[in-house]
Design a protein around this ligand. Structure first.
Ligand code: AP5
Length: 216
């Protein structure tokens, strides 16, 4: 049966790291609005041009753009088994739009899980993060090194990239945007009785186990 869920949490909380693991375990698809926007920026599309400066400053791209992007993506075949929303919704209007979008498509949310973390630790996590440029596997200078230095565990590539917005100044702006615009959606889902919380400061494997305990 299809399973749809949201992973909530500030920049660096581990949404991307955990979504990739849950994708493999439950055969569901990670839908990261950040990854979608970065693909638009890379392609040089009109949408990408609009989003680039906002992302590099650590602000939020407009709700209309994001909602349209997700609605199209959810209709694709690889979401039939279910999806994990990573980085969406990020504002109350996005959460409300998601509700009506799911109801129009006769879909529902099975889980909303918040990764709770300390802001200061997020700066270190994000500034040390990098990914394989070929397969997208994520790593960290200190917390998640490849088994062989400079070689991707997953695909063997030796090329890695760091995100343009992963510097301290932008991370602090992203954390402010989170507290001002995104944190209220935890109450939105709390009021609906669907929100669960997991300690995102635990080791990566421990966080994965806690998520699986909730999901079943
Ligand atoms: P987005 O790509 O969504 O970035 P984000 O929310 O800032 O989240 P991150 O990807 O930084 O963090 P993460 O929680 O996935 O952490 P990760 O697992 O990599 O958005 C980027 C931008 O796009 C936004 O700023 C905005 O401009 C725009 N945007 C996107 N969606 C939008 C929307 N809906 N509306 C409007 N604008 C939107 O982990 C981080 C590092 O820590 C990794 O190196 C990892 O190895 C390490 N790590 C993870 N877990 C642990 C752990 N438990 N212990 C130790 N290290 C850990």
């Amino acid at each position: 049966m299809a399973m749809n869920m949201i992973l909530l949490g500030p920049p660096g909380a581990g949404k991307g790291t955990q979504s990739k693991r849950l994708e493999d375990t439950y055969s569901i698809t990670q839908l990261s609005t950040g990854d979608m926007l970065r693909a638009e920026v890379k392609s040089g599309s009109e949408l990408g041009k609009q989003a680039k400066a906002i992302m590099e400053a650590g602000g939020l791209v407009s709700d209309d753009i994001i909602i349209g992007m997700i609605s199209n993506r959810v209709d694709q075949d690889d979401c039939k088994q279910g999806f994990i929303l990573d980085g969406f919704p990020r504002t109350v209007p996005q959460a409300e739009a998601l509700d009506s979008m799911l109801s129009d498509k006769s879909l529902k949310l099975d889980h909303v899980i918040e990764l709770t973390v300390d802001d200061e630790a997020m700066v270190e996590r994000i500034c040390g993060r990098y990914t394989c440029s070929k397969c997208g596997q994520g790593y960290h200078d200190k917390f998640q090194k490849p088994a062989k230095d400079g070689v991707c565990d997953k695909c063997g590539s030796t090329e890695f990239i760091r995100r343009a917005d992963d510097n301290e100044e932008t991370v602090r702006n992203r954390l402010s945007a989170y507290h001002e615009q995104t944190a209220p959606i935890a109450n939105y889902y709390g009021d609906k009785g669907i929100l669960k919380k997991v300690d995102g400061m635990a080791d990566i494997d421990v966080v994965t186990s806690s998520l699986k305990d909730i999901i079943g």
